[in-house]
Design a protein around this ligand. Sequence first.
Ligand code: UT7
Length: 320
Amino acid sequence: MSKITGFGTYAPEKIVDNQYFEELIDTNDEWIVTRTGIKTRRMAAADQLTSDMSVKAVEELVSRSGKDIKDVDFIVVCTTSPDQTMPNTASRVQDKMGIENAGCIDIYAACAGFVYGLQIAHGYVNSGIYKKVLVIGAEALSRITDYADRTSCILFGDGAGAAIVEPSEEEHFLSFNSGTDGDLGHDLYLTRENTIINGLDSRPNGKIIQNGKAVFKWAVRSIPIKVRELVAKAGLELEDIDFIVPHSANLRILESISKDLNYPMSKVPESVSDFGNTSSASIPLAISKEIRNGNIKSGMTVLMIGFGGGLTFAGTIVKW
Ligand code: UT7
């Protein structure tokens, strides 16, 4: 049995408002706010890598929880914007944090990454293979954003979140699901070009191409069904869930999910208005806000569901 025993997040200092884009492309603040809910996003410094933001999130986890991380025995970094493909970002975190004996993998599951990471951690801890698993969702999306594409560049932001999963006397992971519509992969993908974007060498990642409308429709159609499935699998009713935390892709998607489920928006935390779409970091950033506000507390039931490039999704319900 296992539980999340530590939690932390980080967002870079540089705040980019919507006016910034008015000088770059044909857009305006009103369109961005109305269509996405985004007011600001954060952008990593030129020398700040995904592993650097990961380290900051883990440092915050340590200061919040008092956890010792030197004995972490496995690190999963969930990202679409790794420092580089090899060595993986988890190995960079292991080195930078002086964690001596940890297996290290990166997983590439886009905006569903963090929840897939939690599922992996739960599996490892419950099987007894590892005892202390660090799950990090971290993104330097500004490195892979095409700032000439007005349909996507206004969306993305940088940030990181981290959780520790450890053995527990009671099971805190109540249900899981995941799935992929691989035939829709062409609606959200990274090119393989090596390009200089925003003055930054984006190798080896290329840039994000998205058919926003198609992904939007897929998300609002499928995610409520998957939320209901998770709740049923846990033997619960929607009323038993204290917070539903979908990937913060677009405020309108969250509103649509809330409406479809007849579940109050006040219990659907979001990070998109302040941080933009931060892919695998968006769920931890949204949860972090509610923890700071004193709303998410120990013992509460929190449903997380990530979705995006694949097109893939992953969900879990945890007792906080
Ligand atoms: O995180 C991974 C998962 N990703 C998502 O969940 C993203 C899902 N999709 C979305 O969030 C939305 O589809 C977008 C925000 C990307 C786009 O919003 P939309 O309401 O679907 O807009 P649209 O693509 O239907 O475009 C509406 C109009 C178009 O003009 P016309 O054809 O009606 O004349 C676009 O050219 O808005 C235009 N447009 C813009 N106008 C001002 C597109 N981008 C912009 C822009 N500023 N930045």
